[in-house]
Design a protein. Structure first.
Length: 304
């Protein structure tokens, strides 16, 4: 592919357009006379901020690499991942969590709308992801069994088996210097689980059997570990323009990330190792690999 950034931008627009159309369809914009804003206003504030849309795009890339050609049919499934991710960002920024006032270069949801509204918007986004995954207008042409598999993958990755557990241990470790094994466990849950689910869902909807889905999940897990390690490095060497959030927020919270614990060079070495292991699993899927190599380079080059 000659212009991978253009590929990313094209797919981001498809996802953003679908999300906006879905919320127009659903409404959620009722206001009482005393309201300054509707629930939809709060939801869409974070959801439509400029972002990479990495998780939904990884789903699209996975399906495309397996020969699924009708991308528009996949947009509800891809977009549901962005809803879950946005919910996690809103909650992660709360005073009781990372206590950040900046997200994607803009004031965080609780700063703009208040803490209660932000919590409720996050709750709504998590639930809406499954409304999206079960909407008859979106799933009509898919095998119902595949839809159930998809719902299970996302629900498990979003909850106690994935993202929530990772965040639970992450917040609980503030002030603690953890060994690498525990940091990897947190990163695998809080970041990699949703990326692994994106890969798995792309394979499931492409009618692939369990061994292929399993290898794609392993690929996604290593890509997710690499992605988080890159973010940890940027948390030290980046600025708010690159990060889109407060530079040094982890240090302010006395949180020891991988890069803080083992240093920048060892973290860079681990990123290479994660990417290498990811490619080993990818090769076992029988998928077209070139686009994933470009994706991996695109994500890693953020620290170069």
């Amino acid at each position: 592919m000659n212009d991978f950034p253009l590929y990313i931008e094209t797919n981001k627009k498809l996802i953003d357009d679908f999300i906006k159309a879905h919320f127009i369809k659903m409404g959620y914009d009722k206001k009482f006379p005393h309201n300054k804003f509707s629930l939809a206003d709060v939801i869409l504030y974070t959801l439509t901020m400029p972002g990479k849309r990495i998780r939904p795009i990884i789903l699209l890339i996975t399906a495309e690499s397996l020969g699924f050609s009708d991308k528009k049919k996949l947009l509800p499934f891809a977009s549901s991942l962005e809803l879950v991710h946005s919910y996690s960002l809103i909650h992660d920024d709360l005073p009781s969590m990372d206590n950040d006032s900046l997200r994607r270069g803009k004031p965080t949801s609780h700063i703009v709308f208040g803490e209660a509204a932000a919590i409720l918007a996050g709750d709504a986004l998590l639930a809406e992801a499954f409304v999206m995954l079960s909407d008859k207008d979106y799933i009509l042409e898919f095998n119902p069994g595949k839809i159930i598999e998809t719902i299970r993958e996302l629900s498990y990755a979003s909850g106690a088996g994935g993202l929530v557990e990772g965040q639970f241990h992450d917040v609980g470790s503030f002030g603690e210097s953890l060994e690498l094994e525990k940091i990897e466990y947190i990163n695998e849950k809080k970041t990699a689980s949703l990326i692994a689910a994106a890969c798995a869902i792309g394979a499931i909807l492409s009618d692939k059997d369990e061994p292929v889905v399993s290898e794609f999940k392993k690929f996604g897990s290593y890509i997710g570990l690499s992605f988080q390690a890159v973010d940890d490095i940027l948390g030290i060497i980046g600025n708010k323009e690159i990060l889109g959030k407060t530079a040094g927020i982890d240090k302010m919270n006395n949180k020891f990330t991988m890069a803080e614990n083992i240093g920048l060079e060892k973290t860079r070495e681990l990123i290479k190792e994660y990417n290498k292991k990811a490619m080993i699993h990818l090769e076992k899927t029988g998928a077209e690999t070139s686009i994933f190599i470009e994706l991996t380079n695109y994500l890693t080059d953020r620290i170069n």
